[in-house]
Design a protein. Structure first.
Length: 316
């Protein structure tokens, strides 16, 4: 595999966004996934950000054997797919390689480390928003930095991400960042999924706004009990600021529900409930929204371009 190259696991919104911008910056991009129409579109047309003047070539495959010798991998699959991704990476990640997870929720790094070993796993957090408009075509839904935990193998990958135009920060106190994002995700994602609304509409609905604040406070209380110091003093205000910055975004959980796909609820609100139970803490709102999201029936996955266009028009 070429040295100045990257393997992206996943073919969804964030994976396509990173693929397009990295390829535009001259990085050779491999994408490993399981969605047939996504893989076909990426192979035939490339990866494109909506509003850009062209799509950029990537190599898309469902065969890990085509990715052997990977030194730098970016894990952007859904949390419930991490076990499968870890198994695939174990067969293609070089011994001196590193896999960086920018996924939502808790526990993804632990799953990866079980398969790859701790030295080959790095952690990151991003608040970037993206909505998949069609296979291989993504729309930015909110800007934000890519914050990385220090890791001895990460410098070349950090440079590639920076070259692609992303703001990259190396951070200490990484638990604070992970929990900060979890406070935001737990308060926004399940409500948008249940109510079928864009982020910004949560501020326009008084009951939703109140629930969002309660979720943020519950999650921050669990973090505090675990000894995590958050980077912000007021979780409710912070969540509302994020909602304002990403008002037009369809959260990743809403996109999953609209596609009839499994959500990441177990890695977000479900994880908060499990940790709260271990500490005998009360998190009734997190518990309720977790149960409600899991009760949403799964329908057939939307895979056709026409269906994706209908999805886009519904929220335009």
């Amino acid at each position: 595999m070429k040295r100045d190259s990257i393997l992206i696991l996943g073919t969804g919104a964030l994976a396509t966004l990173f693929a397009a911008r990295l390829a535009a910056a001259g990085v050779f991009v491999n994408m490993l996934g399981t969605w047939p129409e996504g893989l076909a579109a990426l192979s035939e047309k490339g990866a494109q950000v909506e509003g850009g003047d062209r799509a950029f070539h990537v190599h898309a495959t469902n065969n890990p054997a085509e990715c052997k010798g990977t030194r730098f991998a970016l894990v952007l699959v859904k949390a419930w797919q991490t076990e499968r991704a870890a198994h695939q990476l174990s067969g293609c990640l070089a011994e001196d390689g590193v896999a960086l997870t920018l996924q939502n929720g808790l526990g993804n790094d632990t799953v990866l480390a079980r398969a790859l070993g701790l030295p080959r796993v790095a952690r990151g957090v991003t608040t970037l928003g993206a909505t998949l408009q069609a296979p291989g075509l993504v729309c930015m839904g909110g800007d934000g930095p890519v914050s990385l935990e220090s890791h001895p193998r990460l410098s070349p990958l950090e440079e590639m991400i920076h070259r692609a135009g992303f703001v990259v920060n190396m951070e200490s106190g990484f638990q604070s960042l992970i929990w900060g994002k979890l406070v935001v995700s737990s308060a926004i994602n399940p409500l948008t999924a249940l109510l079928r609304v864009k982020n910004g509409e949560l501020l326009e609905l008084p009951s939703a706004r109140a629930l969002m604040g309660e979720l943020a406070r519950e999650t921050s209380a669990v973090a505090t009990n675990l000894g995590v110091t958050l980077s912000f003093p007021d979780p409710e205000r912070t969540v509302e600021e994020v909602v304002q910055l990403t008002a037009g975004n369809l959260s990743s959980m809403l996109q999953d529900v609209l596609r009839g796909a499994p959500t990441e609820i177990d890695a977000i609100n479900g994880a908060i409930v499990r940790l709260a139970d271990e500490k005998n803490l009360q998190v009734p709102v997190n518990r309720t929204v977790s149960s409600l999201v899991k009760a949403i029936p799964l329908h057939g996955m939307i895979t056709g371009t026409a269906e994706m266009s209908n999805l886009k028009s519904r929220f335009s």
